[in-house]
Design a protein around this ligand. Sequence first.
Ligand code: SAM
Ligand code: SF4
Ligand code: SF4
Length: 362
Amino acid sequence: MPGRRRGADGAVPAGRPDDTRLVDRFGRVATDLRVSLTDRCNLRCSYCMPEEGLDWMTDDRLLSDDEIVRLITLAVTRLGVEEVRFTGGEPLLRKGLETIVAATTALRTHAGEVPQTALTTNGLGLERRAKALADAGLHRLNVSLDSLDRARFARITKRDRLPDVLTGLQAAAAAGLSPVKVNTVLLRGVNDDEAVPLLTWALEHGYELRFIEQMPLDPQGAWDREGMVTAEEILTALQTAYRLTPTGSAARGAAPAETWVVENPPAGAPAGARAPRVGVVASVTRPFCGDCDRTRLTADGQVRNCLFARGETDLRALLRGGAGDDEIAAVWRGDMWAKEAGHGIDDPSFLQPDRPMSAIGG
Ligand code: SAM
Ligand code: SF4
Ligand code: SF4
């Protein structure tokens, strides 16, 4: 279990308890909340989960739909959160997802706007749920897909489900959840020859592809820097087939992906509202921690101020202990105040977090 816990005893660490936002010691303000809805998954991507699965959280540890909505409401209406992304594990395994999305889009931010909502999913079951998610007001969608080769997809994920992911993607586009983004992790010697074919396929279908550098978050502890396919390598591969123009750092802001306009898309690519582009999330080789605007809520009610945080704050205990909104908000602000400057992967003393990615929420 994580080494450091705050808040379970109701203690508020020194911080900025009077602020109406989530501010840290380095002046960053968290406006983007990532909510993990479950630690379970129906795939077993090799870089994320062992084939036998993990020790899943028991039902009593999981927040109920009402508890999740209460914490999202508090984050949006009292702590300045403007965007909520639902993730997991696999968020489509959560029956109440549409209800939670609808409750979120019914809120208003400090600026009186509808909070932006997004979903990161492996796409299984999306075919049946895309329309209901769009009706609930979902704004954006990322579907993860690492290979277009069925046998290879099955080797990476341990499940022969590529056709279902592709159908899910089509259903999302048909439901108007566009632009549909596709997330890809390239693994050396496994699918690193698919950078160009994946981009060609994405451009032809009107999907926006983003490559994500593999991070040390696998429970097997198998990550190593040499094995990781870097952003540089990915760009070099893409440029063998495509002319890429950077959209510029100003366009990146706090967004993790650096993006490029593809100047020579394939002939059959649909004409979209904006020029086709591709993104690379260089979390390891070009970290963007200085602009980080995130706070995370795990499916068992722990707040984490960073993917790589070594500690977390127990909001579930506060919720179930009858704490009021003021108290919970103050504890959440205290958690954010304690955020480190960055992930420190390059630091010799770096330690992987105790939770794997699937239990944190990517
Ligand atoms: N199950 C959903 C999915 O796969 O989209 C949501 C959760 S998953 C943890 C979120 C994203 O994290 C996916 O795009 C996945 O590829 C990415 N991911 C998982 N483990 C990773 C790792 N070790 N390094 C980089 N990205 C990772
Ligand atoms: Fe499941 Fe997503 Fe992890 Fe793959 S990356 S095992 S789909 S949680
Ligand atoms: Fe933010 Fe932590 Fe990710 Fe850096 S590693 S961008 S600080 S969540």
